[in-house]
Design a protein around this ligand. Structure first.
Ligand SMILES: [Cu+2]
Length: 519
């Protein structure tokens, strides 16, 4: 295919040439007794993603990729002015047929969502609350220039990223993502590895042209002849980046480290293990710490999911340990992608700067318990796929598009159980803004019968979530042929939020729905 020729060959870039970038923490513009204030500006910049590749033009918060890490305390009131100083034409091919991306809106729009934040609706980064360079033009739901975050979360690993309607996949792919860490005194008392031994890792996949520029397809494998540019059903890149470097290495001391692993890819899932076959100790999920650490050899992360893990390199001086990914793409029914079987390498050096006095605590934090009988309401929500007028696959939630009237209106303070009924052949990571939830169970059902009679006929037992998922979640994998049940309490804010699939190509077309918490 025409586009294929220009793409860089994945195996042409030498692995483990460049050191893992340690992401810088953003200093606030103001820090006082009652609040902290930041300014974050989106800019086009050139960065080096690999020393064998010419520089790459990216869009970055503060001009870096990934963006600088924002660190807050639990309960700290933070104001952030997100500003757009990006060019007026997009770095990547825009499809003007997808929802909210028609010719009646500016081509470059941005809005920032802190993924996992407990935040008022006006500051959540609603997809139609977009703004352009210098706030010259704004979307219909734009409410304010300076967002307010009260950070009513416990300690957890969040991330901020773009959420503009119809081009989220392109804006994030261009580089608009960064970490947002919530810390607390309670967490510090647990004495886990901290400071330079607490490292966030943003895993992404990208494809580059030989001139170093980002490659994103203009068309699916089966091109749509009526359109110059068309959205693709999924995007899978040919190289893996961690913290913005292709296949980096990290020198580690022979001691314990805490890694906050985020899947920041558009569509790719990761199934991670260490080639040393050693255990990793998971201490946290998307939205906070687990009740107790669990020893695991494998972690599955769908786009937007996080795992907070401790790896112990004690007594491994001189060893080189590779982080492996064997997830099929698409997940779970695609082929294993051998080109991207490796992610990064840990090189254990011999010197220990200090004796490692950190610990893997036996008890971490209480995870909230919901009783199924507390549920005020159950909602049965399908994940659907069909074909659009161009013959492309289109994914829906509850069989409705983005613009259909709001149908999910939970009452403030009430608990609901959502039945995610997946009628598609893919696993979809379903993310609900504002709240955290627990996964109750997953259960196989008869899809054909459901399509015929709209009745759930279970075909197997209820399977509890994996141990790695038994904590506070904000994104859950809904597998094909399964009903995934999640339980959550809606609050503490009321108003307009969204829920969506976090595979960005699905989210943009049209696997996203508004929901409203009502008083
Ligand atoms: Cu999806």
């Amino acid at each position: 295919m025409l586009f294929g020729k220009r793409i860089q060959k994945a195996d042409s870039l030498t692995k483990y040439m460049d050191a893992l970038p340690i992401l810088q923490v953003l200093p606030p513009k103001y820090k006082g007794q009652d609040h902290t204030y930041y300014e974050v500006c989106m800019r086009e910049c050139k960065v080096s993603v690999h020393s064998e590749l010419p520089e790459t033009t990216i869009w970055g918060y503060e001009g870096v990729f990934p963006g600088p890490t924002i660190e807050v305390e639990s309960g700290e009131r933070v104001y952030i002015k997100w500003e757009n100083q990006l060019p007026s034409t997009h770095l990547l091919p825009v499809d003007f047929t997808v929802h909210g991306a028609h010719h009646d809106v500016p081509e470059v729009r941005t809005v920032v969502h802190v993924h996992g934040a407990v935040v008022e609706p006006e500051s959540d980064g609603y997809p139609d609350a977009w703004f352009t360079k210098g706030f010259q033009q704004v979307g219909v739901k734009f409410a304010k220039r300076i967002y307010q975050y009260d950070n009513l979360m416990n300690a957890c690993t969040l991330w901020y990223h773009d959420h503009a309607i119809g081009i989220t996949r392109l804006n994030i792919y261009a580089g608009l993502a960064g970490f947002f860490l919530v810390r607390s005194e309670r967490e510090r008392c647990l004495n886990m590895p901290s400071g330079k031994y607490d490292i966030p890792l943003m895993l992404q996949d990208r494809t580059f042209n030989p001139d170093g520029s980002l490659y994103y397809p203009m068309q699916p494998d089966d091109p749509i002849s009526e359109l110059k540019t068309s959205i693709v059903p999924e995007f899978f890149g040919k190289t893996i980046l961690v913290n913005g470097k292709v296949w980096p290495f990290l020198e580690v001391e022979p001691r314990k480290y805490r890694f906050r692993v985020l899947n920041g890819a558009n569509s790719r899932f990761f199934r991670l293990k260490l080639d040393s076959d050693q255990l990793m100790f998971q201490v946290g999920t998307d939205r906070g710490l687990l009740t107790q650490p669990i020893g695991i050899k494998e972690i599955i992360l769908a786009p937007a999911e996080r795992a907070d893990i401790i790896i112990d390199f004690t007594n491994l001086e001189g060893k080189r340990i590779t982080l492996i990914n064997d997830a099929p793409a698409p997940f779970p029914n695609g082929e294993p992608d051998n080109e991207v079987r490796e992610v990064m390498q840990f090189r254990v050096i011999s010197e220990l700067e200090y004796i490692d006095t950190s610990s893997i605590p036996a008890v971490l934090e209480q995870v909230p318990l919901y009783s199924k009988k507390d549920a005020f309401r159950k909602r049965f929500l399908t994940l659907d796929h069909s074909i659009d007028k161009y013959g492309r696959e289109i994914m829906l939630l509850d069989n409705q598009g983005w613009d259909a009237p709001i149908s999910e209106t939970p009452k403030l303070g009430t608990t609901e159980i959502w039945y995610l009924i997946n009628l598609t052949p893919d696993t979809h990571p379903i993310h609900i803004h504002l709240i955290d939830f627990l996964i109750l169970d997953r259960r196989k059902f008869d899809v054909d019968k459901y399509n015929r009679d709209k009745i759930i006929e279970y075909q197997g037992p209820s399977i509890p979530p994996e141990p790695q998922e038994r904590g506070r979640k904000d994104t859950a994998r809904a597998n094909p042929n399964e009903v995934t049940r999640i339980i959550m309490q809606f609050g503490p804010y009321s108003g307009l939020y969204v829920w969506h699939c976090h595979m960005l190509e699905h989210e943009d077309y049209e696997m996203m729905r508004p929901y409203m918490i009502i008083r």
